[in-house]
Design a protein around this ligand. Structure first.
Ligand code: NAG
Ligand code: NAG
Ligand code: NAG
Ligand code: NAG
Ligand code: NAG
Ligand code: NAG
Length: 923
């Protein structure tokens, strides 16, 4: 994105110039010059001819630069030099050591001053740039690139501050200086106040790794903004800062006492459940089996050798071929009929204390695998000292066939090792679908043979404004192409993921998001077309070069919609599809191709000649073209006997009406219903799709979008566009087949009634007719603010255990009447929370899953006794009386006095990590 200055002038007028002026006007070859254009950044310039032609001006001599005021080349030090990039304070060219210096010594402070002043949907930011080193920072020649997730408006702050913001694409903005900017002397700082759209109430809205750039030099990250600490973002301490819309926003950070009230459950002193998710039926007894690994063996029928290997490896018990008389675990596939219905994932566990045997029987290898997982969950002890297992009979099977986890590896890359770990922990909780969001505007993450640019260019973001070697920096990725948020899976990596997933009975559902959210692919294919000048270069182009449409996506991209009207776009999809099918073949044949389909910027393709041709005339709406794309992909996948997956908005036009199912030939179309902010009147979509013959995965953002924070606290990671926060309890309370019973509050925290959302007669809310079309539910992690693996697992866990619980086990509270639902829920939650706190978190620690450790809640009673709890009973809490110098474990003896200030934190189950520290002014 370049900005041009177009200047009209009268030819023949003469300009007075100093003695050093070098004339270049006469070099123009176009007779009829009407003005000229200058790139305001790079001082390149052209004559604009009346014919429309642009003619390059000859370059100015070294040491001179073209001046707009003078219409001539002038020396760099001349006062008429108005080309910002060529200047610094003493008139010298900015050099690398100055850039390095700014990177090292410029302090950046970012503070949200106020949201929603005078009811306006904007917020004020105070930015302080300071010079913390010994050298003067020159006023010109550099600019700062940074990610700002909300639009900055206005961009031009020249008169106030001598700076101009430019919106590049997506969240990438630049800040450059004008002649009104003065140098920053050592120790000096400059305060810049600006406005941005919407609101910001959370630290992680601000992205790290701002960088300093100068034309032709190497960019540097500004050290004060680097890394994950976000220390340059000032805390959100007052209501103007942490409320989105002033007093009408009812959310505020929990006080220790509020947190105490919210998360207080009876501490049962131990895990009441042996297995999560809760089995259909589990009958315990008082006897226990004691297992010495050296004495016991595992025997399996031929269909479940692999499952037996997994069990053998985990328990260090030998696997042999023939069962002895006793002391064995036997795995087998056999007909099972739970309650008369048979489901391939059902299983049964039978133990005999007297016979010293354990028999795990499944309706299929998957069933046996889940039996093995339940067994592993029940077993206590270790291979050295031996195991103890309470003698239990379990008869179990899932509620839903689809129990999913979505991961966004496109916004920020997450390496194979994290995916393998995620698969392992998913399998512990019987989750069976991994939906991989592999592509988006900010990255393409899977090697596609034949289209190397997708990964050589599209998997990296760096400092290349031409985007010939990488994409623009986005989401705080900085200028460094080797930063860990960049990357992709090679074909072999992906196959390894598939093999591992298969061994854990998990289906991988790859998503290639198109036609919107396709910028990474679009830019990669443009590089390809440029590189291969022959016609084959154009073969997979995703854009119509003559398209003049103007649009902007939710994330502020104006060039991210692939053009469905181009033959080359359909060749591209066909190529990707065929390569992906190849990767899956012989491991886990591809069953569902997820094409995304969401959030196409309105206005896209309207002025594309290719689309006009295809539509035989004018293009009346963006969604009409989208529908064409859907049919195209549907045809393509159906002819390979594949199912099609899509986000809900990808499968409908503008009027909330699903596309005609019978016109789409796939045997199943799976729609992910996500956009259910209650006051937006969209929550019926899930049922509308189900009623129209689509399969639906419940993905409701209000309960299942784990890019949202755990608490309404500015210090908690995550976006908050749907609800302000989602804690584990909220996900646990989700009623997937009683959707409107989940209505809670609007986005300001105001309680909403069923009548308010569905209308007095309930007519605004579609009722579910085809219950069998709700095939399951899924937890989602969009990764805009999630850059490291610790952050990733923190956002997933423990919330994902609650997803597993709801997807596997239908609870009584879900359908109970108003009178009993609350107490049933409370009862269930108490058992769940105790099981998580006393048992599951330690299992997660053991495999290195960095779940979120919840900060404590606390209050003081009249006797000065301090009560401190964490959301999950069993976790230790700690207190510091000396401003965090020393910590002691909170006990029943701990006292605190009114007026005292203490700090509190929770320890992870393995005691190795700690929660966010809470400051408490004792009341
Ligand atoms: C860079 O410019 C500064 C002054 O602006 C000068 O002191 C320094 O020597 C220059 N460094 C190099 C490597 O040219
Ligand atoms: C910001 O506000 C604009 C205008 O009200 C709206 O269109 C846009 O969706 C909002 N963006 C976000 C991210 O909330
Ligand atoms: C770029 O990132 C890589 C990987 O984190 C790191 O090793 C390297 O030092 C970084 N380069 C710069 C210039 O910061
Ligand atoms: C999809 O296939 C149907 C039936 O063969 C055909 O009529 C239709 O034109 C195809 N649509 C697209 C967009 O390819
Ligand atoms: C859907 O398409 C089928 C086949 O083209 C047609 O018979 C049916 O009327 C359409 N349904 C609607 C609601 O338009
Ligand atoms: C929530 O409802 C309250 C009360 O009706 C209203 O003032 C507020 O604007 C609503 N918030 C949103 C985000 O709709």
């Amino acid at each position: 994105m370049f900005q041009y200055i177009l200047l009209f002038l009268t030819l023949g007028e003469s300009y007075l110039l100093g003695a050093n002026a070098v004339s270049s006007k006469s070099d123009a070859s176009c007779q009829d010059i009407v003005g000229f254009i200058r790139d305001s950044r790079d001082c390149k310039k052209w004559y604009q001819c009346r014919s429309g032609e642009k003619i390059n001006m000859p370059p100015c001599e070294s040491g001179t630069v073209f001046s707009i005021q003078a219409m001539q080349c002038v020396p760099i030090v001349h006062p008429w030099n108005d080309c910002p990039e060529s200047l610094n304070i003493v008139g010298q060219q900015i050099n690398q050591s100055m850039i390095d210096y700014i990177g090292d010594f410029m302090g950046v402070e970012y503070k949200v001053v106020e949201n929603h002043p005078h009811g306006k949907p904007v917020y004020e930011v105070e930015l302080i740039l300071s010079n913390n080193g010994p050298v003067t920072i020159v006023s010109r020649g550099w600019r700062i690139y940074f990610c700002h997730i909300m639009k900055i408006n206005p961009l031009n702050l020249d008169t106030q501050y001598g700076i101009i913001f430019d919106h590049i694409q997506g969240c990438l903005f630049s800040m450059s200086t004008t002649p009104n900017f003065s140098p920053i002397f050592p120790g000096q700082s400059k305060k810049i106040n600006f406005w941005a759209m919407n609101w910001s109430v959370s630290k992680t809205d601000v992205m790290p790794n701002w960088y300093i750039y100068a034309n032709g030099l190497k960019s540097r990250v500004i050290a004060s903004t680097a890394g994950e600490g976000l220390d340059f973002v000032k805390p959100f301490l007052n209501a103007k800062q942490y409320k989105r819309t002033g007093p009408s926003d009812r959310f505020h950070p929990f006080s220790p006492m509020e947190r105490y009230g919210k998360y207080k459950v009876e501490d049962l002193g131990k895990a009441p459940f042996l297995v999560l998710p809760t089995p259909k039926s589990s009958i315990g007894s008082s006897s226990k089996l004691s297992i010495k690994p050296q004495e016991w063996v595992i025997v399996a029928d031929s269909k479940v050798g692999a499952e037996a290997e997994i069990l053998s490896e985990k328990l260090h018990i030998r696997k042999i071929d023939m069962a002895p008389q006793k002391k064995f675990i036997f795995l087998k596939v056999d007909n099972l009929k739970l309650n008369g219905v048979s489901n391939s994932e059902d299983y049964e566990i039978e133990m005999s204390a007297f016979g010293e045997t354990i028999i795990v029987q499944g309706a299929s290898p998957a069933g046996v695998f889940y039996g093995v997982q339940s067994l592993l969950s029940m077993i206590q002890g270790d291979s050295n000292s031996g195991y103890i297992i309470p003698v239990t009979f379990i008869n179990d099977g899932p509620r839903y066939q689809y129990r999913g986890v979505q991961i966004d590896v496109a916004r920020n890359f997450h390496p194979k090792s994290d995916i393998l770990k995620l698969l392992e922990v998913m399998s512990m909780y019987k989750l069976n679908k991994l939906h991989m969001h592999l592509t988006d505007d900010e990255g393409w993450r899977l090697e596609i043979p034949g289209l190397p640019e997708l990964t050589s260019v599209g998997s990296k973001r760096c400092d290349d404004l031409t985007e010939e070697t990488c994409l623009l920096s986005q989401l705080g990725s900085g200028p460094n192409a080797s930063a860990p948020v960049n990357g992709y899976y090679s074909v072999n990596d992906y196959k390894e993921i598939l093999r591992f997933a298969k061994s854990r009975h998990i289906e991988v559902i790859p998503e290639f998001d198109m036609p919107g959210h396709a910028r990474a692919a679009i830019k990669s294919m443009e590089v390809r077309a440029k590189k291969n000048k022959d016609p084959t270069g154009q073969l997979y182009l995703l854009t119509d070069p003559k398209d003049k449409s103007v649009y902007e996506s939710v994330q502020m991209f104006s060039d991210n919609a692939a053009n469905p009207c181009m033959q080359s776009t359909s060749l591209f999809v066909a190529h990707v599809l065929s390569e992906v099918m190849d990767m899956h073949k012989n491991i886990q044949p591809l069953r569902t191709y997820h094409f995304g389909g969401d959030e196409v910027g309105n206005g896209a393709w309207i002025d594309s000649p290719a689309c006009k041709k295809l539509m035989n005339g004018d293009v009346t709406s963006t969604s009409e073209v989208k529908k064409h794309f859907v049919k195209l992909v549907s045809n393509m996948t159906a002819s390979q006997s594949l199912n099609l997956g899509a986000w809900e908005d990808g499968m409908m036009g503008d009027q909330e009406i699903p596309f005609n199912r019978t016109e789409l030939p796939n045997s199943d179309i799976i729609v992910y219903a996500w956009d259910n902010v209650w006051e937006w009147d969209r929550s019926s979509r899930a049922y509308r799709f189900a009623n129209n013959g689509f399969k639906v995965v419940m993905s409701q953002a209000t309960h299942l979008y784990f890019d949202h924070p755990y608490e309404p606290d500015p210090e908690e990671r995550g976006y908050y566009w749907a609800p302000r926060y989602i804690d584990t309890m909220k996900t646990f309370s989700f009623k997937p087949d009683n959707l409107y019973a989940n209505i809670d509050t609007n986005r300001s925290g105001k309680k909403l009634t069923l009548e308010e959302v569905c209308g007095p007669l309930g007519t605004k809310c579609v009722q579910l007719k085809n219950k069998e079309n709700i095939i399951g539910m899924q937890g989602h992690l969009w990764s805009e603010t999630v850059r490291t693996s610790e952050q990733m697992f923190e956002m997933y866990f423990p919330r994902l255990i609650a997803v597993a619980e709801r997807a596997w086990h239908k609870a009584k509270f879900e359908t109970a009447g108003k009178d009993s639902a609350d107490s049933l829920l409370k009862n269930d939650w108490t058992k769940f929370a105790n099981t998580v706190g006393y048992k599951e978190l330690l299992r997660l620690d053991k495999i290195g899953v960095t779940y979120r450790v919840p900060p404590p809640g606390a209050y003081r009673n009249k006797e000065n006794k301090l009560f401190v709890i964490s959301a999950f009973p069993g976790l230790k809490t700690e207190i510091s009386f000396d401003d965090q110098l020393t910590w002691t474990t909170v006990s029943s003896e701990t006292t605190a006095y009114k007026g005292q200030t203490v700090h509190l934190r929770t320890r992870s189950a393995d005691l190795k990590r700690t929660s966010r520290v809470i400051k408490m002014n004792v009341k």
